[in-house]
Design a protein around this ligand. Structure first.
Ligand code: NAI
Ligand code: AKG
Length: 325
């Protein structure tokens, strides 16, 4: 029997269990991480916890987990894990940074096409028995300027795909390698130029104190009236109240959102607007992405439990060595 308990707290791909139980490496237990009392109880015996995005691993959860050595996030964003608290508690944190980026990029492209051509609205109208062709005239992408905010893994994949639609692609990312941008056919610009020129804007930033509200009141004063915004990164980077005001007043043409400041989000004034397309944080929701994310998270857990270096670790806690039990 394995000495280690690996707790799966969100729905992960079955491949994660296969990896964790390989050669009896760990005993796998499951808990619904959104059931807080159940999570805290289950953490008491966990050596590792694997999460997607619903389970919050914060200071309270870490305090309830005296044996915990590693938190593995089956995906990119670590917004639901308190990394500094984990580091202070000697717990290693790893994500799966490349696992779901193709799915997320494809979803951003799907949203952009949907908002350009009113696909969901026309679909709903027709299913309601209305042949409303004149209500749903769209716009072409070819020849339009796409602004990419954040030319990292996902932003780069989106840029490459939309360049193939004959869009002119510009990007704002002060940390991007100009050579990488050139190889994608992307011109790096200032934020001012991007806001002034973009007819489509797609957001691929992490949410942090510098990016929260980056697309807010000031930004909406400087954009074109034919701008359509896509946010499949994190809610809160585009200020939802200011977005609502800009759409309602006709200062921009449309928006497509996969992410929200508060999730789950089932009720928002934005949902009442005709020129808004919404999905419930579906960017990573494909079996391909989930298989990679679950497998990579589980591999990180095994490395951490074996006291080996974890390539996808995002912290380096001093006390992360695993005591023999
Ligand atoms: N909707 C979904 O299901 C998914 C959403 N995501 C989210 O997508 C976002 C992007 O993910 P990745 O591309 O993997 O991240 P990444 O780390 O590869 O790229 C982020 C880019 O943003 C740039 N950046 C950081 N701060 C900036 C600033 N203040 N101004 C301009 N650029 C800045 C960085 O230089 C980097 O190139 C993240 O928020 C992630 O959590 C990721 C996967 C799925
Ligand atoms: O569906 C998920 O697991 C969330 C995906 C995501 O937003 C991320 O990996 O950052």
């Amino acid at each position: 029997m394995s000495p280690y308990v690996a707790l799966i707290a969100d729905a992960l791909s079955p491949q994660a269990v296969q990896v964790l139980t390989r050669d009896g490496a760990a005993e796998v237990r499951h808990v619904d991480g959104t059931d807080r009392p159940a999570l805290l109880a289950a953490l008491a015996e966990a050596d590792a916890v694997l999460v997607r995005s619903a389970t919050r691993i914060d200071a309270e959860a870490l305090a309830a987990a005296p044996r915990l050595k590693v938190v593995a996030r089956a995906g990119v964003g670590l917004d639901n894990v308190d990394v500094p608290a984990a580091t202070a508690a000697g717990v290693l944190v790893a994500n799966a940074p490349a696992s779901n980026v193709v799915s997320a990029a494809e979803h951003a492209v799907a949203l952009l096409l949907a908002v350009a051509r009113h696909v969901p609205q026309a679909h709903s109208a027709l299913k309601d028995g209305r042949w409303a062709r004149s209500s749903y005239t769209g716009v072409e992408l070819a020849g339009k300027t796409l602004g990419v905010l954040g030319l990292g893994r996902i932003g780069s994949l989106v840029a490459r795909r939309l360049a193939a639609f004959d869009m002119e692609v510009i990007a704002y990312d002060p940390y991007a390698d100009p050579e990488h941008a050139r190889s994608l056919g992307v011109r790096l610009t200032s934020l001012d130029e991007l806001l002034a020129r973009a007819q489509f804007l797609t957001v691929h930033l992490p949410l942090n104190e510098r990016t929260a509200g980056l697309i807010g009141f000031d930004a909406f004063q400087r954009v074109r009236t034919d701008l359509r915004i896509v946010n499949a990164a994190r809610g809160g980077i585009v200020d939802e109240q200011e977005l609502y005001a800009a759409l309602k007043e006709g200062r921009i043409a449309g928006a497509a959102l996969d992410v929200y400041a508060q999730e789950p989000c089932t009720d928002s004034p934005l949902f009442e607007l005709d020129n808004v397309v919404t999905t419930p944080h579906l960017g990573a929701s494909t079996p391909e992405a989930q298989e990679r994310a679950g497998t990579q998270a589980a591999e990180s857990v095994l490395l951490a439990l074996a006291g080996m270096p974890v390539p996808d670790a995002v912290n380096a806690p001093r006390d992360a060595s695993v005591p023999a039990r």
